[in-house]
Design a protein around this ligand. Structure first.
Ligand SMILES: Cc1ncc(COP(=O)(O)O)c(C=O)c1O
Length: 442
């Protein structure tokens, strides 16, 4: 089938997520290898956002493909009540690579289900109901996970589950408390404690935050943010839940985003990089104390596909790939080069207001005016409000690159297997495309 035929067939029968259906102009993908994928007409694209920030090990890794194949030959499916080797081995590996005493795992199919179950763990263990999350956050699209998300994607489908309270973000470029680095007293941290007090600490089960905020703007917290969240939670016996669905598995140059600040949460959720998208999988890992709590109480959670043998076998192989190919280390080394390259683009282009970058997890925030920081497209921009930002995706495609962008943000989240020349190829394309967005500046 040609590109045109594939697009027509998809448009006829398939919903495209988060999109006004008549306005989608999808890329076509038929095969992939390393940091590239190809459409049906043979055009090659540099995958600068690892599909949906999940193909961390890169495309076409034979070790993982082989592990999936072998598990399928042995036994495709075993129900969750059965003990299997891949499920136990993966859970053991997760206990080894996660911080603190995170030690026992419940497997899910993706990130939203992981977060749904994380708040169940927190509510059952503490006997409290309320969950505090941030406005600029995304935790998934099921009812509970959507309620946890401050992201405007929740707005058309509210009301969702009760008991979620949103707080402001450590968004230094546009400080919600009107501070600058010189005047900052970490109002973003004291604000969280204040909200806890207003809500009654005895009612708050957990504070849940992304290790490093992903699609809501790639917000990297100040260095004392996570340590002080840990202190505040401990002070009020509140659990700290770390959503590592996007920032986990080497993405930030450490195994998990939170590892950059040496903090151990009580519960961590993950998905995406756990199998690098080769097959669906998510997980919630909890501390020893929470695990022990369920030794003599029933665990009211379950999914037909919890611990699917093929998914967990892929997970084991994926973690081995991260280790054998030194991908976490490569993310750190290539991340330093990426940061430098993006800073140069910021210097050169009037439309680049801010660069936020940690490991191979980066964003360019585009502005109309560097002084006033007026965004090049507004928060939660509708398609007709995108202005020159609407030209970004077609311009990238024309130059053989795909990366995730929304509103006034262009994300750079390539596979962790990327090398310097591939990185440079992407930076050169971005350099050209930014001349287009520069035309939208004052
Ligand atoms: C931080 C974070 N949490 C949760 C999710 C939801 O994961 P899933 O789409 O696998 O349900 C995402 C998805 O992008 C995410 O980025």
């Amino acid at each position: 089938m040609t590109n045109e035929e594939l697009i027509a067939l998809n448009r006829e029968y398939v919903f495209f997520t988060w999109a006004t259906q008549s306005q989608v102009h999808p890329l076509v993908a038929v095969r992939s290898e390393g940091v590239y994928f190809w459409d049906a007409d043979g055009n090659r694209y540099l995958d600068f956002s690892s599909q949906l920030m999940n193909v961390n090990i890169g495309h076409g890794n034979q070790k993982v493909i082989q592990a999936v194949h072998e598990q399928m030959q042995k036994m495709v499916f075993a129900y969750p009540g059965v003990a299997t080797e891949p499920r136990a081995r993966l859970a053991q590996l997760l206990a080894e690579i996660t911080p603190g005493d995170l030690s026992k795992t419940l497997f899910t199919l993706g990130g939203a289900e992981a977060n749904e179950n994380a708040i169940k763990f927190a509510r059952l263990y503490t006997g409290r109901q309320k969950i505090i999350t941030r406005y600029r956050s995304y935790h998934g699209a099921t009812a509970g996970a959507m309620a946890l998300s401050g992201d405007p994607r929740r707005l058309p489908v509210e009301p969702l589950i009760p008991g979620v309270i949103h707080v402001m973000d450590p968004y230094c470029y546009r400080c919600p408390f009107g501070q600058t680095p010189e005047t900052c007293h970490r109002e973003c941290i004291s604000h969280v404690e204040q909200v806890i007090l207003f809500e009654g600490p005895e009612n708050v089960a957990a504070v849940m935050m992304e290790g490093v905020t992903g699609t809501s703007g790639l917000i990297i917290p100040p260095d004392d943010y996570w340590p002080r969240m840990r202190e505040i939670c401990d002070k009020y016996d509140i659990l700290l839940i770390d959503d590592e669905v996007m920032s986990g598995f080497g993405r930030t140059g450490e195994w998990f985003g939170i590892d950059n600040w040496g903090v151990a949460p009580d519960i961590m959720t993950m998905a995406k990089g756990i199998t690098s998208g080769y097959v669906p999988l998510g997980a919630v890992i909890v501390s020893r104390a929470i695990a022990d709590y369920f030794e003599d109480r029933p665990l009211p959670m379950g999914l037909t596909y919890s611990g699917h043998p093929v998914s967990t076998a892929a997970g084991v192989a994926t973690i081995e790939v991260y280790k054998e190919e030194h991908l976490v280390e490569n993310a750190k080394a290539m991340g330093a080069i990426l940061k430098e390259g993006l800073e140069e683009l910021k210097e050169k282009h009037p439309s680049v207001g801010d660069v936020r970058s940690i490991g191979l997890f980066a964003v360019l925030e585009l502005v109309r005016d560097k002084e006033t920081k007026e965004p090049l497209a507004p928060w939660n921009a509708k398609p007709h409000e995108l202005g020159v930002m609407a030209e970004v995706q077609p311009a990238l495609r024309e130059r053989g690159m795909y990366t995730f962008s929304k509103w006034n943000l262009i994300f750079v989240v390539p596979p962790l297997s990327i090398n310097e020349s591939e990185l440079q190829e992407g930076l050169d394309i971005l350099d050209e495309v930014l001349t287009i967005t520069d035309s939208g500046t004052k």
